[in-house]
Design a protein around this ligand. Structure first.
Ligand SMILES: Nc1ncnc2c1ncn2[C@@H]1O[C@H](COP(=O)(O)OP(=O)(O)O)[C@@H](O)[C@H]1O
Ligand SMILES: [Mg+2]
Length: 268
């Protein structure tokens, strides 16, 4: 069943410069769908627009989106916050540098408790309950010593550890949809593989749908069966990754693949 439907999304910069044009996509529950394209092609703006997080002056001017059958964006205006969360590109920068990991997690859990419709924290109120829940979340993203990590600041942890924390924070709200924007860009190759695996198991276990954004066709091929190819704000094609590798229809997709192959060959 379709979880996320986006149709005809247009995003403008101040002054009306087109950043994204006619972007459409569908994601089913438990499915990871890719969005690929070179830097500046509008992937991050597309991702942010779905969460109502666009920078000042940048706006959705047309398009519709619904999650689980509930429209949250119609005619370009955001009607409600969808049950979706995001994993960001630079995990260390995405966390608050002045707060210990434990405090960041328990603050988030306090916030979620206040939202009436959050079933996740039911019966877990109180300081001890929140600390226990925070440790559980860290444990569920493969952090071996949650208690110790809770006492650390982001700069005391590796990028990979911080991204595990970022994923823990993203799943704390029990989202139906996760948007991962270049979640492993900048991480070492071995750490990258671990984080990709963590995202796969996390979403499979919880039946979460994922919009997985990357400039890297190799990473996309590891994660997704279907991918949308963007170029200069335009959706060039949306197809099975296998078909794209074997028979890309779009000229730009062919160029993107060629550069991926070159990089792979150069990296050996
Ligand atoms: N705050 C902003 N205001 C106006 N334009 C922006 C802003 N941030 C990014 N852009 C522009 O939006 C376009 C798409 O950027 P982005 O979505 O970040 O691309 P990608 O994630 O694919 O690298 C780029 O041309 C970029 O310069
Ligand atoms: Mg980006």
């Amino acid at each position: 069943m379709t979880l996320l439907t986006v149709e005809g999304l247009d995003i403008d910069a101040p002054g009306g410069r087109a950043l994204v044009r006619d972007f459409s996509i569908e994601v089913a529950a438990g499915e990871i769908v890719g969005v690929v394209g070179e830097s500046g092609s509008g992937k991050t703006m597309t991702a942010l627009s779905l969460l109502g997080l666009l920078p000042d002056g940048v706006a959705v001017v047309r398009g519709e989106a619904s999650l689980g059958g509930r429209p949250f964006l119609r005619g370009g205006s955001v009607r409600e916050r969808p049950n979706a969360t995001m994993v960001f590109q630079n995990p260390t920068a995405a966390l608050n540098p002045t707060m210990r990991i434990g405090a960041q997690l328990t603050r988030l859990l306090t916030f979620l408790e206040k939202k009436t419709a959050s079933p996740v924290n039911k019966g877990r109120r109180g300081r001890d309950g929140r600390r226990a829940r925070a440790e559980e979340l860290l444990d569920s993203v493969g952090i071996a010593e949650p208690g110790a990590v809770m006492g650390r600041y982001p700069h005391q942890l590796s990028g990979g550890m911080n991204q595990r924390v970022g994923i823990a924070m993203a799943i704390a709200a029990a989202p139906a949809l996760l948007i991962a924007d270049e979640p492993t860009t900048g991480l070492d190759v071995t750490v990258q593989a671990q984080i990709l695996q963590l995202i796969r198991t996390t979403v499979a276990d919880r039946g979460i749908g994922v919009l997985f954004v990357s400039h890297d066709m190799g990473v996309i091929a590891q994660m997704c069966r279907r991918v949308a190819v963007m170029y200069r704000g335009e959706l060039r094609e949306c197809a099975d990754v296998d078909d794209i590798f074997h028979a890309p229809r779009d000229e730009y997709t062919r160029e993107l693949l060629a550069s991926t192959m070159e990089q792979a060959a150069g990296g050996r």
